[in-house]
Design a protein around this ligand. Sequence first.
Ligand SMILES: Cc1cc2nc3c(=O)[nH]c(=O)nc-3n(C[C@H](O)[C@H](O)[C@H](O)COP(=O)(O)OP(=O)(O)OC[C@H]3O[C@@H](n4cnc5c(N)ncnc54)[C@H](O)[C@@H]3O)c2cc1C
Length: 336
Amino acid sequence: MDISNYKDVYVFAEQREGNIQNVALELLGKARTLADNLGEKVVAILLGKDITTKADELIAAGADKVLVVDNDLLKDYMTEAYTQAVSQIVKEQKPDILMIGATTIGRDLGPRVSARCNTGLTADCTVLEIGDKRELQMTRPAFGGNLMATILCKNHRPQMSTVRPGVMQKLKPDNSRKGEIVKYDVAFNVDKIKRVRLIDTVKEDKATADIIESRILVSAGRPMGSREGLRKVEALASAIGGDVAASRTVVDAGLIDHSNQVGQTGKTVRPELYIACGISGAIQHRAGMEESDLIIAINRDKFAPIFSVADLGIVGDVHKIVPMLTERIKTIKKQS
Ligand SMILES: Cc1cc2nc3c(=O)[nH]c(=O)nc-3n(C[C@H](O)[C@H](O)[C@H](O)COP(=O)(O)OP(=O)(O)OC[C@H]3O[C@@H](n4cnc5c(N)ncnc54)[C@H](O)[C@@H]3O)c2cc1C
């Protein structure tokens, strides 16, 4: 493959029901840095139906250009139609880099596009940087999270990566930014698309908050992995205006839903405050929370690895400290 004529940093701008997903804005923030390093442009790919008006949001978030494919076939996410559209764009436009959110949609779409375009894909990247030879260095946990591997895609283009929601940071929207909006035509192979029909969409009940969006998280580890322990964690979260998260041990015990798990096989969170209650701080857990603004760890073992990423550590029994903290916060709130 002649890779010399591939250029620009592309982002698949995922939308659901016409709403641009946060992960797309986060990827645009990262794409901006990468493109500026390379002296190239940031291009967003926006697929959907009656979606063109959303292009401005992508420009404000860092895109120089938005390629919009507006088509009935793209109203809802369908694997084949979306794969055809992105693959055609890649083959014609020849991006240097293509980033996709590691959501259920992105995880379905990314590998198919990479296979059809005969290039590689590095999934779940946590760090993306430009190297000395202008190559994309894609870093992700490997071997069960025990080491970080930096992967290069030397001989094929685009250099493709997926990134989980919450890992990269979006830019502050700048509505004064100017960009180009291009309507893009795709020659769909309708016969292939029509093999699968969308019959119904069933939405999961979202009774609890999405921890990715939470500003404050109180997170339960193994010693809080009982109904009584979780009640203590919930009480602290409620006193401080936060949400409850957990390590994998508590999720595996069936006490809290997997959607609340933080870490390599859970979610990556970046709250303003993360309180780890009896969490050892295994690398797989830290991978999902170490970018939090302020980390407070409570653990009776002063050598617990969680203290290596904590801004503030409390050594002691979590069963005593969590209720004490809760009472103290309630008292302070009453006084103020
Ligand atoms: C491929 C892979 C993926 C994984 N993905 C994830 C993931 O996404 N998220 C995740 O969390 N884990 C994940 N894990 C598991 C991870 O390796 C750890 O086993 C897990 O995070 C440990 O959870 P924990 O800290 O709650 O429990 P433990 O490791 O058992 O730690 C409990 C901690 O509580 C402290 N403690 C005990 N009693 C008290 C007390 N009374 N007061 C104060 N402190 C106390 C102990 O000192 C200890 O540090 C993964 C593992 C693998 C191999």
